[in-house]
Design a protein around this ligand. Structure first.
Ligand SMILES: CCCCC/C=C\C/C=C\CCCCCCCC(=O)SCCNC(=O)CCNC(=O)[C@H](O)C(C)(C)COP(=O)(O)OP(=O)(O)OC[C@H]1O[C@@H](n2cnc3c(N)ncnc32)[C@H](O)[C@@H]1OP(=O)(O)O
Ligand SMILES: CCCCCCCCCCCCCCCCCC(=O)OC[C@@H](O)COP(=O)(O)O
Length: 383
């Protein structure tokens, strides 16, 4: 094992990385809070400032993926579409099977210069996750409760607000609505069967309402849908803890650009279009599992230094005072102060461990785990 690999495997390294992420994140969240009055003076200035502040947080995770773990991200796409990426607003449709798929998405956002402004239709629970969830309030991220009756108005409103967004953004939609597990897959295929839809091998049945409402509300704002299919080589199952331990993965992403005009406006036709898209995505996954390739050439954008520079900046800024504090603590010799500091550090590491847990599939929600009959009963009871 080389020296660098040894360093990457040390608990102390992980503790320091998490300290920098947590403390810088909270400082940035506070700065974001201070920008609220700017909204009253100039909404666009508020947005531009918050795009940059958000970049300072999310690019740290991208740096951990690209520079700490050295994970390689390869893009397969049509070279004619490539120059448009990052230069237009787009709706990204991505499969949801991996714990770090959002992080690979962020990496591509970073490489095409839209990381700070990237958006998602996220479950409401994520809004309460410190640092990332709080950051999203200031980025006008659209949250949903995954209950159409409650979501239809708020989601449409959140999307309408993006009409005059001052910088290019990608809006991510995981149409499957939850991460793939064998049980969720089995149940969703029962739903597919009951609806006479073709079965999918690698995806859950997509939920069509969020897609339809997104396309309808972003017409005239977004130029295209980027149909994206992500996989990892050698059947790797990547995790955020793996990244923290410096494990290198190989992500392969296939992107097809579909102009928004090609997507039907009528709700039922749009739903049928999405089901067909997922059948095609399933075929791409099958091809990947057979050949390790997608049907497009490799046009990979290189990693950029900015995420690393930002990370080094925050590390220098925050590790120096930490060092001074530790030296003072030890020289003080006060057992009470030392004990309190250890207790505080343990609480903070437990907090970060809980945050990492949000990305773990085995700690995921029960959404999509219940039979349709049970859901109907619950809906009737709540009415
Ligand atoms: C390549 C570059 C990448 C770029 C990345 C860009 C940006 C990055 C930005 C940020 C990164 C951070 C990422 C954070 C990740 C967080 C993501 C999430 O939180 S995912 C969860 C939340 N999002 C969604 O759920 C979106 C998809 N869902 C929808 O669109 C839903 O329609 C809804 C709007 C949420 C409403 O939910 P509801 O449950 O009420 O859905 P529906 O009414 O649509 O569903 C009922 C309908 O579905 C059928 N169905 C299918 N399967 C099942 C099942 N298993 N059980 C029950 N029902 C099922 C069912 O038959 C119903 O059909 P029908 O209406 O015909 O009766
Ligand atoms: C610099 C690196 C530092 C690493 C330190 C630790 C950082 C901790 C960061 C926590 C980040 C939390 C972001 C949450 C994003 C989770 C995305 C996700 O995948 O959500 C799941 C939902 O889509 C569906 O939920 P389920 O119904 O499957 O349940």
């Amino acid at each position: 094992m080389g020296l660098l690999q040894l360093l990457k495997s040390q608990f102390l390294s992980h503790l320091l990385i998490c300290y920098v992420f947590l403390v810088s994140g909270i400082i940035i969240n506070l700065l974001q809070l201070c920008t609220l009055p700017v909204w009253l003076l100039s909404k666009q200035l508020f947005r531009r400032i918050n795009i940059r502040l958000a970049y300072c947080i999310s690019s740290q995770m991208v740096a951990a993926l690209e520079w700490w773990s050295g994970t390689e991200c390869t893009l397969y796409t049509d070279p004619k579409s490539y120059p448009l990426y990052g230069n237009e607003n787009a709706i990204v449709v991505l499969n949801h099977s991996f714990e770090i798929d959002f992080l690979c998405g962020w990496t591509f956002c970073e490489r095409f210069g839209v990381l700070g402004s990237s958006k998602v239709l996220a479950k409401k629970e994520l809004a309460y996750v410190p640092v990332i969830g709080w950051m999203w309030y200031f980025l006008e991220i659209v949250f949903c409760k995954r209950n159409w009756e409650q979501d239809r108005r708020t989601v449409a409103q959140g999307l309408q607000n993006l009409h005059d967004y001052p910088e290019n953004f990608w809006f991510l939609l995981y149409c499957e609505g939850t991460r793939f597990t064998p049980k969720k897959h089995q149940i969703s295929m029962q739903v597919a069967e009951s609806k006479g839809l073709a079965k999918l091998k690698y995806h859950l049945l997509p939920r069509t309402k969020g897609f339809w409402v997104t396309v309808q509300n972003l017409r005239g704002t977004a130029a295209a849908v980027y149909d994206s299919t992500l996989n990892f080589r050698n059947n790797e199952t990547p995790t955020l803890l793996g990244i923290l331990h410096g494990k290198k993965y190989h992500a392969d992403l296939y992107v097809r650009r579909i102009p928004l005009e090609l997507i039907p406006e009528d709700e039922a036709e749009c739903a049928a279009w999405l089901h067909k898209l997922y059948q095609e995505k399933d075929a791409f996954q099958e091809q990947y599992s057979q050949t390790g390739r997608y049907p497009a050439p490799v046009v990979s954008p290189p990693r950029r230094p900015w995420s690393l520079i930002n990370w080094l900046f925050w590390s220098c800024l925050l590790l120096y005072p930490l060092g001074l504090l530790l030296a003072q603590l030890i020289s003080s010799g006060s057992m009470l102060t030392i004990f309190t500091s250890v207790a505080l550090c343990s609480a903070a590491s437990l907090g970060v461990r809980w945050m990492i847990g949000q990305t773990e599939i085995n700690k995921g929600s029960s959404y999509g785990n219940k039979e349709r009959v049970e859901i109907k009963k619950e809906k009737q009871e709540s009415c």
